[in-house]
Design a protein around this ligand. Structure first.
Ligand SMILES: [Zn+2]
Length: 214
């Protein structure tokens, strides 16, 4: 039977120092190991991971990654690469914040005009099932007839950076739902949507400093 150092299992999940001690206590409590044991059978590792995942919310130091109000699991601070919110990625962190901000104002539908195939794919991947996304691309042949129904459908519409498509879309994408994102990149788009949701960077840190997360 193969086994693994318990400390190795814990650090692979981001539990270090005091966090590792708390995680170990939880494994003792569940009978998955006991004090004095150094190694754990690999057959028990999945159960250990499930137990720890159900018990702890792992988050990094960034204010945007603090657990949301109502989170029932115990918070434990980990390195950003193990953070459940951002995983160390600026894009993921920004999109998570956008999803929270949109959720707070009750928006579920985002229309995006422009962007590259790569950035659109990244945005889709990071949004996953969080919101509905539609794109205006070169293939959409943007004109009033094709874009107006998409704008009607959306809660918020973003014209992304200075691409060819965004110039064409600008002519037909107008109105209070529409915002312009002057910079390329997923994080820039997400930040612009957050700003439209009424949460400024300044408020974000004020709110976080009072102990609540965005
Ligand atoms: Zn994080």
């Amino acid at each position: 039977m193969t086994d693994l150092a318990i400390s190795e299992l814990l650090s692979s999940l981001g539990f270090e120092g005091e966090g590792a001690t708390r995680a170990l206590q939880r494994l003792y409590g569940e009978g998955l190991t006991r004090p004095g044991k150094i190694r754990i059978a690999t057959t028990k590792c999945e159960a250990a991971k499930r137990t720890l995942g159900a018990a702890f919310v792992r988050h990094c130091h960034r204010p945007a990654c603090e657990p949301v109000p109502g989170e029932s699991r115990d918070p434990v601070i980990v390195a950003a690469s193990h953070c459940e919110t951002c995983g160390g990625s600026d894009n993921r962190r920004a999109v998570e914040r956008m999803l929270k901000a949109m959720g707070r104002v009750g928006w579920r539908k985002l229309l995006v005009a422009g962007g590259s195939p790569g950035t659109r794919g990244e945005l889709e991947r990071l949004c996953a099932d969080g919101i509905a996304l539609r794109f205006v691309t070169a293939e959409t042949n943007p004109n009033r007839r094709t874009v107006a129904p998409l704008l009607d459908w959306s809660d918020v519409a973003a014209i992304w950076a200075s691409t060819e498509i965004s110039h064409k879309a600008t002519a037909v994408l107008r109105g209070p739902k529409v915002l312009r994102v002057p910079r390329r990149g997923v994080a820039a788009l997400a930040e612009a949507v957050v700003a439209r949701c009424g949460i400024s960077t300044r408020n974000r840190y004020t709110v976080s400093a009072s102990g609540r997360s965005v």
